[in-house]
Ligand binder design. Structure first.
Ligand SMILES: [Zn+2]
Length: 111
């Protein structure tokens, strides 16, 4: 292997590491946001700001993966897990990294 080839290999490895770091950082950020939201919802429920009939709904983004497509529009209680065919999920981005889905509050008992 020549020195040039070694350099090339080296920068390829660097790129991969950068990519991996970005991926982890982005996913951690998304996880943190969802966690914050869940804590906030729990607090709102406790304080009576939102009624106990309020539930959460999975909102998939355009081009979501099949798992997220399946979960799209599913509504469960705040302390329940979303049910997919093969697994159950607390909130995005659990199904996969780079998941762009979100959850939102819905209150079907209220007109
Ligand atoms: Zn998703």
């Amino acid at each position: 292997m020549t020195a040039d080839e070694l350099d090339e290999l080296d920068s390829y490895a660097d790129d991969l590491l950068d990519y991996r770091a970005d991926l982890i950082a982005e996913n951690e950020t998304a996880l943190g946001a969802e966690e914050g939201e869940r804590i906030a919802w729990g607090q709102m429920l406790e304080d009576g700001v939102i009624s106990p009939t309020v539930q959460k709904m999975w909102v998939a983004q355009d081009g979501a993966c099949p798992v997220c497509e399946e979960l799209d529009g599913q509504i469960v209680a705040l302390d329940e897990l979303f049910q997919a065919e093969d697994d159950e999920y607390d909130a995005p981005p659990e199904p996969h990294v780079y998941c762009r889905c979100s959850t939102t509050l819905v209150n079907e008992g209220e007109e």
